[in-house]
Design a protein around this ligand. Structure first.
Ligand code: TXA
Ligand code: MG
Length: 360
């Protein structure tokens, strides 16, 4: 039986006790819900992989409380970081970024310390560390007094959960406790940055490349997603991820200028399948695009804009919720408008949508 618990002091104690008994607990963070286990506990770590059906080559993020002083000192004390492998530039980046963005939606990849089990890092010589901004996550970390490994609380490859109810949909019956901290207010996973030379963004998130570059006074490369499922330098960057169960295509052009060939391909995809076409627009009013698509295909079109008012942060907050909603409707096909060339948080939205879709 899976229980959704409000984060009262008594329930936080219950969750902490479960974690200390090698159990896993779903927890709220400001980005998405996580499936947490004590990072030094191999039994808990193995459970995380089993519950998620996650391949062990995909490493986990370790969550820590807010460092009281410089992050490098704190992480070394916890045995998470090997400071001797951190060059002076990397050390400065780690401390600068931690000071500027922690607690918050930023994960920093650093040389792995002696206490980090292989299961956390998939055998890599680096470990990903994040200090979550959600007060419930912080309270739980303070109660457990151990770092918590936590991937997103969804089955592998599926849509990340942004509410306790989504976690129940994904993992109900597989775990005992979901702590309910309300809807995640960022809605998209943390930005992952490797601080060692050359510094790079391994996964875009709500903390933008532009903001990081200003903080560091240097430029950051963005790692390319991996096309294949095998261990690599940035294993989280799988090309196909965050996918709904239904077929989900991205259009080669706006609905107002689709070629006859593209419309034909759409018709082939929905042939013999009942139900409307569900259309996702990232920003702005979706109604005109829906009208075009309805005229072109003769099908009913359910249109959803991630932010009708054009606010990228709102679009991030709505992304996974909307994908989940559309996946559960009776739509024959999910369709995304062409993804805009993007900066800021839009880059993260485009990243997730391009990995959830296939080109038409
Ligand atoms: O916002 C978040 O980061 C959420 C919440 C729960 O904290 N967590 C999350 O975890 O998104 P997960 O497991 O779904 O994604 C972790 C990402 C993966 O893409 C993984 O490959 C990458 O971090 N990662 C972990 N350790 C790494 C390492 N040592 N080097 C490179 N990438 C790493
Ligand atoms: Mg995930």
């Amino acid at each position: 039986m899976t229980s959704i618990l409000t984060p009262t002091p008594a329930n936080l104690t219950t969750a902490a006790e479960a974690l200390l008994r090698s159990r896993v607990v779903a927890i709220p963070t400001e980005t998405v819900y996580g499936l947490a286990g004590v990072a030094f506990d191999e039994v808990a770590l193995a459970t995380i992989f089993t519950v998620k059906e996650r391949p062990t080559f995909d490493p986990l993020i370790v969550h820590v409380p807010t460092p009281p002083g410089d992050a490098d000192v704190h992480l070394a004390e916890l045995g998470l970081l090997d400071p001797s492998l951190l060059g002076p530039k990397a050390r400065e980046r780690l401390n600068t970024l931690a000071k500027a963005y922690w607690p918050g939606p930023l994960t920093l990849v650093v040389p792995r310390g002696p206490r980090v089990p292989d299961l956390v890092t998939s055998g890599l010589d680096t470990v990903a560390i994040r200090c979550p901004g959600h007060p419930v996550a912080q309270e739980l970390l303070a109660t457990v007094k151990r770092p918590l490994a936590a991937p997103s609380a969804n089955r592998f490859g599926r849509i990340s959960p942004t509410t306790a109810a989504h976690v129940l949909e994904e993992l109900g019956g597989r775990i005992d406790i979901i702590l309910d901290g309300g809807p995640a207010h960022v809605g998209i996973e943390s930005t992952v940055v490797s601080v060692t030379d050359p510094p790079q963004i391994l996964r875009p998130g709500s903390i933008s490349k532009e903001s990081l570059e200003t903080t560091l006074s240097e430029s950051l490369a963005i790692a390319k997603p991996n096309a294949t499922l095998k261990p690599q330098a940035s294993p989280g960057m799988l090309e196909r991820h965050y996918a709904p169960g239904k077929r989900f295509v991205r259009l080669p052009a706006p609905t107002s200028s689709l070629t006859d060939e593209a419309v034909q391909r759409l018709q082939t995809l929905v042939e013999g399948v009942e139900g409307p076409i569900a259309l996702i627009c990232v920003l702005g009013d979706a109604r005109a695009a829906a009208t075009h698509l309805r005229e072109l295909t003769g099908r009913d079109v359910l249109a959803h804009s991630l932010s009708p008012s054009g606010d990228p942060n709102e679009a991030a907050r709505n992304l996974f919720r909307t994908l989940r909603l559309l996946d559960s409707t009776g739509a024959a096909l999910l369709v995304a408008e062409p993804l805009p060339a993007a900066t800021g948080v839009l880059l993260a939205i485009v990243d997730r949508l391009s990995r959830a879709t296939v080109p038409l």
